[in-house]
Design a binder for this molecule. Structure first.
Ligand code: PLP
Length: 331
């Protein structure tokens, strides 16, 4: 992976190599942090980089922080502005991935979520596919169960919970599969290791409800809207049994990282024909047009990075830095 040149860190953009933390950092030791992954898509015709639904991602980022009792000093508009500043500094003219992280930065010992100080970092780097076989992935039902809302809230992107995702992903890949399908405590399908799940049965699209220990995905919301509005399909949010996979016509993973992946085999059994189906195929075409800003009706989801550049020299975060200083946070 190509490393970024810069990082938004402690309220300003600095060289990536200088954005460092100590080994005692609370978030590193106990997973006390939240994060977000956002994609930027290069549109060659318009010579523009479009960031997909940044404010929605940052809204969930702030909600995830609230789930662990973390109060952040920036709102979603300020985070989006920081991200746009960073991308302009990087100057990417290709698809990229933005990783934002809020973590407890105190270098201290003691498991807790109170009396700690959050810090925010944002970095961006060029990025391609997360799953190689987007047009035909082979998944397995994981032996790991999805974290439960009463253990670590699954609906938020909480750093520590990703050990659960990593266990499922590595188990699947080491066994020769591309991805895992993770069941929740009740035995219903929750999602992939880092993607939401959809199934087509008798022409109806099914996806687990947000109360089945899924991450409340932005791509999931996007796909629900596109399937219904643009493709005229009925989408039902309901619990899905494992055996429904074996009689489905199509199955899909969706997420910022995986984008739209057709799951064509599960545990060596073909799904439908065993090849990418018409819904996954049409949805992939539509989705990539939407995220690249090629569908005017959905342009409000796409933030152009270069067109409306903020006035040069504008420092949007001096207030943040002075609040940190006042609170004794500056290090
Ligand atoms: C566990 C998990 N589920 C689902 C998703 C998809 O969420 P989104 O579409 O917001 O990226 C992700 C993130 O990519 C994830 O980490």
């Amino acid at each position: 992976m190509v490393l970024p040149h810069y990082a938004f860190f402690k309220g300003r953009i600095i060289p990536y190599a200088e954005a460092r933390v100590g080994v005692l950092t609370h978030g590193l030791n106990y997973g006390t942090g939240v994060f977000s992954g956002i994609r930027g898509y290069w549109n060659d015709d318009e010579q523009e980089l479009f960031v997909f639904r940044p404010e929605d991602h940052y809204r969930r980022f702030l909600e995830s922080a609230r789930m662990i009792g973390m109060q952040l000093p920036l709102d979603q508009s300020q985070l989006t502005a920081a991200l746009a500043d960073l991308l302009r500094r990087e100057g990417y003219r290709e698809d990229c991935y933005v990783r934002s992280l809020a973590f407890y930065a105190d270098e201290t010992v003691g498991v807790r979520l109170h009396d700690l100080t959050p810090e925010i970092s944002i970095v961006a780097m060029p990025y391609g596919r997360y799953i190689d076989k987007e047009e035909g992935a082979h998944a397995t039902i994981s032996s790991w169960r999805r974290v439960d809302d009463n253990a670590i809230p699954a609906r938020g992107k909480i750093v520590g919970a990703y050990v659960n995702s990593a266990l499922a992903k590595s188990e699947a890949m080491r066994a020769g599969f591309d991805e895992a399908i993770v069941l929740n405590r009740d035995g219903h399908i929750s999602e992939g290791s880092a993607a939401n799940f959809f199934l087509v049965r008798n022409g109806v699209v099914l996806t687990p409800p947000i109360t089945d220990n899924i991450l409340e995905g932005i791509t999931r919301r996007t796909v629900i809207e596109l399937l219904a509005r643009e493709m005229g399909l009925t989408v039902v949010e309901r619990s899905i049994d494992r055996s429904e996979i074996y009689v489905a016509e199509e199955a899909l993973f969706v997420g910022t990282g995986v984008q739209i992946v057709a799951v064509t085999r599960v545990d060596h059994r073909p799904i439908g024909t065993g090849r990418i189906g018409p819904i996954a195929s049409a949805l992939r075409t539509l989705y990539f047009d939407v995220v690249r800003g090629r569908r005017p009706e959905y342009r409000n989801w796409c933030m152009p990075v270069y067109a409306p550049a903020a006035a040069p020299g504008t420092d949007l975060f001096s207030g943040y830095r002075s609040r940190r200083a006042t609170a004794g946070m500056a290090k």
